[in-house]
Design a protein around this ligand. Structure first.
Ligand SMILES: Cc1cc2nc3c(=O)[nH]c(=O)nc-3n(C[C@H](O)[C@H](O)[C@H](O)COP(=O)(O)O)c2cc1C
Length: 214
């Protein structure tokens, strides 16, 4: 009952997305003490930003006429897709950056979609797999908050993971992670603590559900 885990944070120390994903992973681990985990770091070990264009153009080029860059990009997309296809459960830890999706996560998704197993219009090779998305925001974007509608990442990630790739997706969001870091947010300390406790509880729940679905 293997797990694939992706981390998109650009840091290791103090990372809230890693902290929440660790909680999910710990609960899953309780059920599967010896099961293997495949890790893919995309924030601190970024994928080459030109691989996607090479993979796209390779798709329009006969195999025996491809450049070495195109061959390498196709192989990379296949490797990334293998990691997903070979796992039983999937865990994604992705922060919000500049009100949008992490560039590293977008690059990773774009590359995978070039693989024939995941191409638009085909049944995705990973359809139906249980998955958890742990995403974190420095601010707070819930309905009714002043910044409602400014988080342009979570909705996009749901569309890709749930609707395009057809994963059986659970989502946990960690909000206000910049409280205690940015003094302008000091007034929200109490709320931030409540949100943190709620996110951790949901992460534990999702970890147990992920294990039970496998
Ligand atoms: C360059 C950069 C841009 C960020 N942009 C936003 C943003 O637009 N909105 C937001 O709520 N938080 C933003 N943040 C805060 C991060 O989402 C927050 O620190 C989060 O906890 C980072 O994930 P990590 O703790 O796993 O590293 C930004 C952080 C960085 C470093």
């Amino acid at each position: 009952m293997s797990l694939f885990r992706l981390d998109a944070s650009i840091r290791t120390e103090g990372s809230h997305s890693r902290r929440i994903a660790d909680i999910v992973q710990r609960e899953w681990r309780e059920a599967y003490p010896d099961a293997p985990i495949t890790n893919r770091e995309i924030g601190i070990e970024p994928l080459p930003s030109d691989a996607w264009a090479h993979a796209v153009s390779a798709g329009q080029t006969p195999e025996d006429a491809r450049t070495p860059e195109q061959v390498g990009a196709v192989a990379l997309a296949a490797r990334l897709t293998d990691e997903l296809e070979q796992a039983d459960g999937l865990l994604f830890a992705v922060p919000l950056y500049n009100f949008g999706v992490s560039q590293h996560f977008k690059t990773w998704v774009d590359l995978i979609v070039t693989d024939p197993r995941m191409a638009a219009g085909t049944e995705p090779a990973i359809a139906g797999k249980p998955a958890v998305l742990a995403t974190v925001h420095g601010g707070y974007y819930a309905a009714g908050t002043p910044r409602e509608g400014w988080d342009h990442a979570t909705g996009w990630m749901r569309r890709i993971l749930q609707d395009v790739w057809k994963l059986d997706l659970l989502v946990v969001e960690g909000d206000f992670t910049l409280v205690g870091v940015n003094p302008a947010l000091d007034q929200f300390k109490e709320l931030a603590e409540e949100l943190r406790a709620a996110a951790e509880e949901l992460a534990r729940e999702h970890g147990r559900t992920l294990a039970a679905k496998l």
